[in-house]
Structures are given as C-alpha cells and as structure tokens.
Design a protein around this ligand. Structure first.
Ligand SMILES: [Zn+2]
Length: 154
C-alpha cells in the first residue's frame, strides 16, 4: 500500500474515476502498514490547510482517513471507520476539499457522530465528534464511498 505525493483532482478525468470508487476495507494482514501510511498522509495534510484527507485522494483505494480536529487539537487517524451513531440535529457548514480546490459547498450534516475505527496500531477506538469535526469526518468517510461534497449540497 502506497500513496501518491499529490492530491487527486476531480477536474482530471483519470483522477475523477479513482475519486468515485468505493474503497475496500483494510484487511487484518495489512494493519501493520498503517503507521507508515499515517506518516505519509500526515505530511500531505500538514503541507495543506485542510482539516482532513482520505486515502483515495492520494491514490490509495483503502478505507483510511486522517483528521486534524478542532476541539481536541490533535490528529485522528482512522482505518475502516464506521459511523455507529449520528444526531438528527444538523449543522450547515461551508465545506472545502483538496480535490475540488476552487469550490465551496454548503452542506447540512449531522452535528454529532460517534465513529468506531482502528487506529494506526490496529486498536479499536470509539470517538464522539461534534461540530466541525463531525462535519469533517462525514466528508472524509464520503470519500471512502466515492462521494464528493458536491453530491451533498450546493
Ligand atoms: Zn474532500
């Protein structure tokens, strides 16, 4: 498993096909590759002003994402994330995306979500995220299902 050192662009025909692909899960025998993938994805995230990055955006078709959270001021790396609970209360937010750099889309997503995932050590974690962090994780999980923010709002 290897990532590209550039972010795929929705405006490029070949990249677009990759971005629209539903990503398969990280298998048990791939878990030991996660620390290296976290390092590589973190580098790309830090070199941008983005809050999050999904593996397919850097050409890796696997259910992996990384987030810079606002409230906790830390980095969350998630493999096989799964939203197990989401609030019916929603939040309007103007989203951006590294794969759609010229576009802002106002979406209406759950204000609070609980996510179950594996961290980079292959340990199961459960995290409750709210506000912008909740919006961000929903945006990144959409990427894992081949869904871009333009499908979620206007
Ligand atoms: Zn995005």
């Amino acid at each position: 498993m290897k990532i590209q050192d550039r972010v795929l662009q929705a405006s490029d025909d070949t990249d677009f096909i990759t971005l629209r692909t539903i990503c398969p899960i990280v298998e048990d025998n791939e878990m030991d590759l996660l620390p290296a993938i976290k390092d590589d994805m973190l580098k790309i995230l830090e070199s941008s002003n983005a809050r999050g990055l999904a593996a397919p955006q850097v050409g890796l078709l696997k259910r992996i994402l990384i987030l810079k959270t606002n409230m906790m001021q830390n980095i969350l790396f998630m493999a096989n994330p799964n939203i197990v609970k989401s609030s019916s209360m929603c939040l309007y937010y103007k989203e951006g995306c590294l794969s759609l750099p010229d576009i802002r889309v106002t979406t209406n997503r759950s204000r609070q979500v609980t996510v179950e995932y594996f961290d980079e050590n292959g340990t199961v974690q459960v995290k409750r995220l709210g506000g912008i962090d909740a919006v961000c994780v929903q945006h990144e999980i959409d990427h894992l299902n081949g869904i871009l923010m333009t499908a979620r709002g206007r």
